[in-house]
Design a protein around this ligand. Structure first.
Ligand SMILES: *[C@@H]1O[C@H](CO)[C@@H](O)[C@H](O)[C@H]1NC(C)=O
Length: 504
């Protein structure tokens, strides 16, 4: 046995070794520059969002590649990025440059530092790519609508304002320079920084106020490269997706070239739950679907869907069976299947259970179980799958778990127990309806109003469930105070309960 185990370990080690060896070869071979300019982005590990940024980076670069840029696409990958990811990126035509993370002096536990910004100073390493004349640095949350190669004609530093006073560092043009890089690195810690990230640093290093006064970039028609210090880029290079939602259309009179999603971190377009609130998520997923696929997540989704289906069928059968059985025998079911003879009442376990199970603990348990039934499936679904795959699995899962609660408490009234699920489903359906003309109507008519209309039903369900819990205990009266009304004892009860216990 031990020998077998040792053999397995050795084999596994050998396999990993082989995989590693190949990987190093593959991505170091993707090697040198092929063009005089480059698009570059950073990829690092060390936050909970590593995988989704790997996917988002691939989607973003694929959307860029679809416009056939005449430039390299470079990944500044931190040392810790998994080798299979680098292989995939190299295979998709990107040049991998492995870098060490730039230390973040603001990442102290006592500050309000956001951990997701831990390695964003790596973006400064774009200045180290001195084999290129110009580099356009890109965040993973951009999507392209046009070719933007004209940006390589811009000056030493160019960026776009997505609000009136701060430019955005989700896309900027830089002229690589070792001298600038070392100057920046030496000043990170001493420069005031609003967010402890690259944005806070750059908007001080190349001040917002100076950028505001800089000329607007207009690509020279003769293709020549501007060599001024700073230029503003028009808003179309960093179209904030938020503007789409004002009218569910692009009504901004800038040439719309690159859409960015700088919104609340938890509403990034790749999260399945951001639809139907923010329907551009399906546009992002159209890109993922076309270029990257869902190979990693589909097995998990299929497995979850199957488990939920089995759980649903099993719960339905269980409940029907139990129900039929105690109706037939004319007894109420025993809570927790604890049934037995009179002498059993002295059993300390039963005394303890009797003390713990009161109408209130029963109410809390049922309410908690119903809420968990709604929450747990959402938690398990992989975060970056297509909303059209995720939502059906979510509703199936929530329904299956609600049925499991109904099976666990066979006398629980069905409609009140199903009400929370129904309400979530109705609100979702109303919000997902494609006819809401803008985000405000979607939220207020699609969500708030419907929630208000449906809330009396929730109240009704809560009252019904509460009455049910009280009813379970009332039947006992004073005869068996210790069990707090667990069972309505009739003559035939012990046998009925034993058969119940077998069934359930
Ligand atoms: C910048 O530094 C890198 C790494 O030290 C070096 O390979 C590169 O040649 C330098 N570039 C210039 C233009 O000096």
């Amino acid at each position: 046995m031990a020998a077998l185990l040792a053999l397995a370990v050795v084999l596994l080690g050998a396999l990993c070794g082989v995989a590693d060896g190949q990987a190093v070869q593959t991505y170091s071979q993707s090697g040198g520059p092929k063009h005089e300019n480059a698009y570059a982005t950073i990829l690092y590990t060390g936050t909970v969002r590593d995988y989704e940024f790997y996917i988002a980076t691939r989607v973003m670069l694929k959307s860029l590649q679809s416009f056939h840029p005449k430039a390299d696409t470079v990944i500044l990958a931190s040392v810790g990025v998994p080798v299979p990811w680098l292989n995939k990126l190299a295979e998709e035509g990107h040049r991998i440059v492995v870098v060490s993370d730039v230390p973040n002096p603001f990442a102290s536990p006592e500050s309000h530092f956001q951990h997701r910004f831990l390695h964003t100073f790596n973006k400064l390493l774009g200045w180290s790519l001195t084999e290129y004349k110009r580099v356009v640095m890109l965040d993973a949350d951009n999507l392209f609508l046009q070719n933007i190669d004209e940006l390589f004609q811009c000056g030493k530093f160019c960026a776009a304002f997505i609000n009136p006073c701060t430019y955005h560092t989700g896309l900027f043009v830089l002229e690589p320079s070792n001298a600038t890089l070392s100057n920046m690195l030496s000043r990170i810690a001493s420069t005031p920084n609003r967010d402890g990230a690259d944005q806070g640093f750059l908007t001080e290093y190349y001040p917002n106020t100076k950028m505001l006064m800089s000329p607007m970039f207009d690509a020279p028609v003769d293709g020549s490269v501007l060599d001024g210090e700073m230029y503003r880029l028009h808003f179309g290079y960093q179209m904030d997706a938020g503007y789409y939602y004002l009218s569910h259309a692009w009504h901004i009179p800038c040439p719309n070239k690159v859409v960015t999603f700088p919104s609340v971190p938890l509403l990034k377009p790749w999260y399945w739950w951001s639809y139907p609130v923010l329907p551009l998520g399906t546009w992002w997923h159209q890109h993922r679907w076309d270029y990257v696929g869902y190979g990693h997540e589909v097995p998990a989704l299929v497995l979850q869907g199957t488990l939920y289906l089995v759980a649903l069928i099993f719960s339905l059968c269980l409940r029907r069976k139990c129900f039929a059985d105690w109706q037939k025998d004319g007894v109420k079911p025993c809570l927790g299947n604890r049934c037995g003879s009179e002498s059993d009442w002295l059993n300390p376990v039963r005394v303890l259970v009797g003390a713990i199970i009161t109408p209130w603990t029963l109410k809390v348990a049922v309410a908690g179980a119903l809420l968990l039934a709604l929450a747990v499936p959402a938690y398990w679904i992989p975060t970056t799958v297509h909303p059209f795959m995720a939502w059906p699995i979510y509703f199936l899962g929530a329904l299956a778990l609600t049925s499991a609660v109904l099976a666990a408490f066979p006398t629980l009234p069905v409609l009140p127990a199903l009400t929370p699920w129904l309400i979530v489903f109705l609100i979702w359906s109303d919000m997902a309806n494609p006819y809401w003309p803008n985000i405000f109507q979607k939220i207020f008519l699609g969500c708030v109003l419907v929630a208000a209309i449906l809330s009396p039903f929730l109240l009704w369900a809560a009252l019904r469930l509460s009455k049910w819990a009280d009813g379970v205990f009332e039947r006992i009266g004073e005869r068996e105070p210790l069990m707090g009304g667990i069972i309505n004892r009739t003559k035939s009860e012990p046998e009925a309960c034993i058969s119940m216990a077998k069934l359930c």
